[in-house]
Design a protein around this ligand. Sequence first.
Ligand SMILES: Cc1ncc(COP(=O)(O)O)c(C=O)c1O
Length: 444
Amino acid sequence: MTKLSSKEIVDLSREYTFFSWSVQGQVNPIPVTKAEGVYFWDADGKRYLDFSSQLMNTNIGHQHPKVVKAIQDQAAELCFVHPGNATGPRGLLGKKLAEVTPGRLKKTFYALGGAEANENAIKIARFYTGRHKILARYRSYHGATHGSIALTGDYRRLAVEPAMPGGVHFLDPFCYRCPFGQKPESCKRECIAHLEEVIHYEGPDKIAAIIMEGVVGSNGLIVPPDDYWPRVREICDKYGILLISDEVMSGWGRTGKWFAVDNWGVEPDIITTAKGITSGYVPLGAVIVSEEIAEFFEDKYLYAGLTYNGHTLACAAALATIEVYEEDGLIENAATLGKYLGEALEDIKERHPSVGDVRYIGLFSAIELVVNRETKEPFPPAVMGEVGKVLKDNGLFTFIMAKKDLGTIVFVVPPLCITREQLDEGLALVEKGLDVADKVVTGK
Ligand SMILES: Cc1ncc(COP(=O)(O)O)c(C=O)c1O
């Protein structure tokens, strides 16, 4: 391919391609040309430590030779066949997904990414139950297509409404900013009572499914109380509602377990996933359903299909990626290093007055910045811009949220292959960014 300068890469990309979720004239992309492990480089040779696993998906790290080779080998053998044909990678991956997902989850419908996985989960839940409403939480993101965005709770839905009818939202178990005004000491799980109330008003026999992120990701890294998922499972069972865990971001070892729901021993009826399934090397999404749901479609038509359903290259990439999780002990590393990360984040909170809260599970974590710890007021976007600039200038790449309604948050979500030394290196750079926010708080 033609060798381009960093300026040419940026100029061509900006002039001829759209970037996601941004005012196009304001984008300032890094011209990336190389990556390895937890690092990537721009066209001028500047190195960045990847503290967000790109878009929380490059869980095994960049350019793992095993997955690169599996893709090359599969491409040389068979890139693609009609989705009605059977292939080895398709079948083997289906079997592997049945093994690594909890309980009775068995059969997979392949898609291309998280949004498409959720689209198809919605259809499957509606066909199976004969009901049409889907409940989802306000602090959630489920994808950008019309059905998935209708379930999304955040600001990205509002811009495209009216989207799919039948999406109903409820409030989150967000203990730092409890929507029910509770403190941990006085909490009576009002969030659970609220969910049941919403179900009553919406009509239990109209509700096909409740979809929740295993652990909320881009809406602020919200780890639910330990009894939350089990209690939602009980409610679903009580009313015959399917439980869907959106593990697009929280799956694949991110929380120190294969899937976030494994932390609470909960078996959903459907898991949707994408991102870490191939670590982003090739696009792939998956809807894994229970044996009962799979059985239902044995004598009924499944009104769902995609040209790239079961894409051979993607399935081969996923099989190799899953082997890497197993062989390189990445899920164990996320669990072990996650404990260390949690302690380090608590120390950071002690040292930096701008930090209101730190939230973490495995290598899935976030630092919420507030102007004032009492009022919990988020920072103005300009300050977060400054924080982000310091991180970028110092060679740290991560995801920063600066939204009045969602908070001002620095995410720490590194590849699961990160070492303790590399984690320390990144956290030290994060602290340089926090210093900027601290000055606003202390006025010094
Ligand atoms: C929890 C969750 N669900 C769904 C999606 C959508 O996935 P995709 O961007 O692959 O369509 C995302 C993307 O960030 C996500 O975080």
